[in-house]
Each structure stands twice: as structure tokens, then as C-alpha cells.
Design a protein around this ligand. Sequence first.
Ligand code: 5GP
Length: 186
Amino acid sequence: MVTGPSGAGKGTLIARLVERLPELEVAVSATTRAQRPGEEDGREYWFLDEPTFRTRIAEGAFLEWVDYIDKLYGTLRSELVRIAARGRVCVLELELEGALRVQEDVPGAVTLFIAADVDELERRLRERATESTGEIGQRIRLARSQLEQAHRFRYMVRNDDVERATAALTAIVERELAFAGTMAAR
Ligand code: 5GP
């Protein structure tokens, strides 16, 4: 499970990780936020309207869900089942609150925090330009407080250099997969 502030490069690092370790698969979350150009329904997210999302909450469809800056995001239990059925290990990308909840509820979940310098975060969000200036400000304020929470997760990887961060992340996950394999064989 990978967490960290918006703009830290979680998405990029996860894509690079999954390319290197084909036994991993990313769970597609549901969200009520608007689809960005280039995003596809069912690939980056399942894009739902709020009433549908709330119905799914009532049905117990989510492992966890959060309200992140007035938009809802949640991990679908059906994704975990689908990925397990393919014999793969599930990767979740979550904001901090949801990550803390999963860490408590799912024993054995490996948790990783992706950190970046706040000025660098701001630069990436402005460069990405997928949110309005006001929303970027909100994401930056939240990121500042979230960076102080890094110690609550098992691992932290600093994304100051994407090659180095990918190598560090891959090494951690490989070690954890080998350890899980050893435990399963006992
Ligand atoms: P974005 O709008 O940039 O795609 O995502 C905003 C934040 O929501 C990111 O920090 C992302 O990791 C987080 N996020 C995406 N899917 C989920 C989810 O299913 N649950 C939770 N708790 N956070 C999510």
C-alpha cells in the first residue's frame, strides 16, 4: 500500500514498480472527482457520481473510503477479490487517512510513504495543472501536515530522483514478497 501527499509522484512510482514486478496489480479505486484529460473510466478510476458512490458505501462495497477535499475516493472490495483471483498481489494507492485505516484493518499490509520536498510538490502540482490554483493551495496545505505523518508507516521513500526512488521501492517490495513467500511455505 502506497501513500503520501498529492504530487509526491505516487502514481508514477507505482506504474514503474508494477512494470518491474509483474506479480503486482494496482486496484482501481472509485472517485467522484472529475475525470482528467487522458484518464479512462475503469483504468485510473471508476468515475461515479456522488449518489451512486453513497449507495455503494451503504452496500458495503468499500474496504475504506474518504472525503478528500470535498470529493469521495474509495477502495472497492471487488478489486481485491479480482486481483487475488488472478493470483496477484494487490497494490493500493491511498491518501493518508485511508492508508492509516487499511494499516489498522489489514494485518500484514505493507505500508510505504512517498515523501517529497514541499517546494517540489508545489512545482509538480503546478506543472501538472490538473487542479485550479485554489485546489493546488489546499493540496499543498494538506501535504505539509501529511509529511509529518510519515513515521506512522513502515517504510518511507523520498522521491527526489525518480530512478533512485523506483529502485528503493522495488527493493523493498521484492524483499517483502520474498518474506511473504517464505512464511507461506512454512
Ligand atoms: P487524485 O485526485 O490526485 O487522483 O487523488 C487524490 C488523492 O486521493 C491521492 O492522494 C490518492 O492517492 C488518493 N486516493 C486515490 N484513490 C483512493 C482510495 O481508493 N482511497 C483513498 N483513501 N485515497 C485514494
